[in-house]
Design a protein around this ligand. Sequence first.
Ligand code: 6PG
Length: 241
Amino acid sequence: MNGGEETLVAADAAELARLGAELIARAIAAAIDARGVARIALSGGSTPSEAYQRLAALSLPWAQTEWFWVDERAVAPDHPRSNYGAARRDLAAAPIPEERFFRMEGESPDLAGAAARYERLLRARFGVASAVSFDVMTLGIGDDAHTASLFPGTGAAGIEDRLVAAIPAQPDKGLEPRLTLTAPVIQEARLKLLLARGAGKRGVVAQAKRPGPADEVPARVVRGGPGRLVWLLDAAAAQAG
Ligand code: 6PG
């Protein structure tokens, strides 16, 4: 059973950002109508930035939103590579109370401990007896087909015994260690919004849409679970071939 899957193709980056903001805003409004609160999990990367900025300019019941992160790099919150820092700058125009932001502790010297603390925080916010079902989660896809910080060939896409995992550094790719939500939490989100832009993403998007081992193409994990999946692509990323 899953909540369905569709692909929306935007003509260009501006339309992708506009549609992204609109989909996130609608999911926030629907969640607040249904449950009085909207819980959003944000990915980093360059693609969603403009969508977050457009979202922040909209009029929404911001005090009823709660903001979480899909993944974080092992840096301090004020570091240029911090996903938390980047999203806070993008969302700066929205009057969201400070205590509604729940960041991952990327700066922690003990990332496994930070992952366990974030898992406890999620369980507490969602209710210990409830599933951790984000109302909307933004996702990206890397040139190597990673999503969140689930990298290929590392076994990370197959982690099912934790909601949050610490991911070791990959010095060969120049990547610092990470914290990430795992596949079961990604799959549980009510709306999974995967944004990809540019011809460079065409091949990995096509691979991720085909069934196969998730360890080779981690972005395949987004297709499982009860939530609705929207691929929001620009024309270049969407082209077959
Ligand atoms: C991160 C991200 C990551 C991202 C993809 C796509 O922290 O790096 O959360 O999973 O979504 O790498 O990034 P772009 O949008 O920059 O292509």
